[in-house]
Design a protein around this ligand. Structure first.
Ligand SMILES: [Cu+2]
Length: 597
């Protein structure tokens, strides 16, 4: 993101090759060559997680050793495995989960997407003080929903060092979705580095891990295609905006190893089926930093749940999901082996596994798609759709000098009878005009049918948010909103600062909601990155820009320059977290507290 970056910087092909990991996965063995020995004590179990069930469950958080890449590292794990045990629970049951912290630092567990009393939500500093070293915290709550969810640490960077697992809540009346077989596919990411030092390095240079920067070669290719003058102009434009069109992810395979059920690509996690079976795959994005584009070459996937909630079935070739989101799909495999392929959005690497009729089979692993460049629409919203000269010199990136619309509405609120549709009028908070914000979008796009950068027109049928429709009866609150809040997702890429309305969490005040009210929340993304926004404690009912209710979610991805809205009804009193689920964005400040009273 520095203007001083030399466009001609070459990348070393060696650095682009990402770590495929160890065949043995993360199981740390005592000595090389003892592949069939039992893992030594203190080693982390990986692969398909053990299943825990019942009304009383004990979880122990501790350090254990893991080796994904050839280097032995310390992980923080729950019951000694990555992923943590899968919790199989039943709708309507009360569950008691005793969590003991054997780390030397405080810890916590948050039950992602589960409705519960706020004291049970597991966010230190908001729901409770956290779990001190040596202490046991007893979580107790009744399950008011069913579907696929997950749980993870909400302390420090522990989520990134191994603390995540699946939750499956069976419907009280039995499964509505018929399947012969059921696999959790939990995607995550791992770094051999200390996440705190990765974070500190990003603060110094935000594009440190982006080795896909445009090169002199790209420039000459552009010049050949569009002429020298246009290529120069394009390059100048990116420089002027201090942006890098390949800034799709802060982190990349340069430091991350992509895991599927705790197995690196070479470990090839394998889910079994018998021919003729209908298989349900519960995809969970439990990564700290990665948007995954998931497909199974040769198989159509029928999406039947989003974030644990039933949707009208929609058949696709591919879907993208961000940290925190889940999708359940049905597949009917006919061959002996298929590759489960999940490339990272920045195309720096992939997680991979296999669906097969027996262990040891594999299908070809496809090549990764080319590295996409952000388009003008990503950068500029609707203005960018009209061609790049619309914004050149218009200064749409920075209106601070123009005194344009700089009103201090705080969490801007609209009231009254005009709320059938979400407001289209962009309102930047006064706090967006400061050093925490390096861009503001004045003409956002509201197109939910955009699969996103790198997936447009790729020849495959890619799921979009516009495809998702909750099944009848799920969107149970059909009231019009009585109030509208508008908040903007903001950042300053060069400072690696992330915020809401230009205010990092530490500088912000809580968002107030009234119990039982029907509220519209507009989120506008004034940054170039997609943010999966997770509101704790209540559902986010995504709507179209015409105010048509679409789908119930707990985590909504908001694309660059996009303006989306959702309705929510806070039923549970208390203090709740609301944040971007990219761990480093949350930590940098894209986080608000919500108080329901
Ligand atoms: Cu974010």
């Amino acid at each position: 993101m520095k203007t001083s970056r030399t466009p001609g910087r070459r990348f070393d092909p060696g650095r682009r090759r990402f770590v495929q990991g160890l065949v043995a996965g993360g199981v740390l063995l005592g000595m090389p060559g003892l592949l069939h020995a039992r893992p030594e004590p203190g080693a982390t179990g990986t692969g398909t997680a053990p299943v825990l069930t019942g009304s009383v469950i004990d979880l122990v958080i501790a350090e254990s050793r893991v080796n994904f890449t050839g280097l032995v590292r310390r992980a923080t794990t729950i019951n000694g495995s990555i992923p943590a045990p899968t919790l199989r629970l039943r709708e309507g049951d009360e569950v008691t989960i005793r969590v003991t912290n054997k780390l030397s630092e405080p810890s916590s567990i948050h039950w992602h997407g589960i409705l519960l009393p706020y004291q049970m939500d597991g966010v230190p500093g908001i729901s409770f003080p956290g779990i001190a070293p040596g202490e046991t915290y007893v979580y107790r709550f009744r399950l008011r929903q069913s579907g696929t969810y997950w749980y993870h640490s909400h302390s420090g960077f522990q989520e990134m060092t191994g603390m995540y697992g699946a939750i499956i809540v069976e419907p009280r009346e039995g499964e509505r979705i018929r399947a012969d077989r059921d696999h959790v596919v939990l995607l995550s990411d791992w770094t051999d580095e200390d996440p705190a030092s990765v974070f500190a390095k990003l603060k110094v240079q935000s594009d440190l891990y982006n080795f896909n920067q445009p090169t002199a070669g790209d420039f000459f290719r552009d010049a050949g295609k569009m002429g020298l003058a246009a290529a120069v102009k394009k390059r100048q434009m990116w420089n002027r905006m201090r942006m890098n069109p390949t800034d799709l992810a802060d982190l990349s395979a340069a430091t991350l190893t992509f895991l599927m059920n705790g197995s690196p690509p070479a470990g090839n996690w394998t889910g079994l089926f018998r021919r003729g079976e209908r298989v349900r795959l519960r995809f969970i994005n439990g990564s700290s930093n990665t948007f995954y584009d998931v497909r199974i070459p040769g198989l159509k996937m029928t999406v039947v749940q989003a974030d644990g909630q039933d949707v009208e079935p929609v058949t696709v070739d591919e879907f993208r999901f961000g940290s925190g989101e889940t999708y359940d799909v049905l597949v009917e495999p006919k061959e002996d082996a298929y590759t489960l392929f999940a490339q990272s959005m920045d195309r720096s690497g992939y997680a991979r596994g296999t669906l097969a009729t027996r262990q040891g089979l594999a299908a070809p692993v496809p090549a990764m798609d080319p590295v996409p460049w952000l388009s003008m629409a990503d950068m500029m919203g609707t203005m960018g759709l009209g061609g790049s000269h619309a914004m050149m010199g218009h200064g749409a990136m920075d209106h601070s000098a123009m005194g344009h619309g700089a009103m201090d509405h705080g969490q801007h609120a609209r009231h009254g009878a005009t709320l059938a549709r979400p407001s289209q009028q962009v309102r930047h908070a006064r706090t967006e005009y400061g050093p925490s914000t390096d861009m503001r979008v004045d003409m956002p796009r509201t197109n939910l049918d955009d699969p996103g950068v790198g997936l447009r027109d790729n020849g495959r049928r890619v799921l979009t948010q516009a495809d998702l429709r909750s099944l009848d009866g799920i969107l149970d609150d059909r009231r019009s909103p009585s109030r509208e809040l508008e908040l903007h997702l903001t950042g300053n890429m060069e400072r690696y600062s992330w915020s809401i309305d230009g205010l990092e969490f530490g500088r912000s005040t809580p968002v107030a909601m009234a119990q039982g009210e029907r509220l519209r929340v507009i989120l506008q993304n004034d940054t170039m990155m997609t943010h999966p926004m997770h509101l704790h404690g209540m559902w986010s009912d995504l709507e179209s820009d015409q105010g048509e209710l679409l789908v119930r979610r707990h985590t909504i991805p908001v694309q660059p320059a996009q303006r989306i809205s959702f309705l929510t009804t806070p039923h549970d009193l208390g203090r709740w977290a609301w944040h971007c689920h990219l761990l480093f964005h949350m930590d940098a400040g894209m986080f608000r507290e919500v108080v329901v009273s």
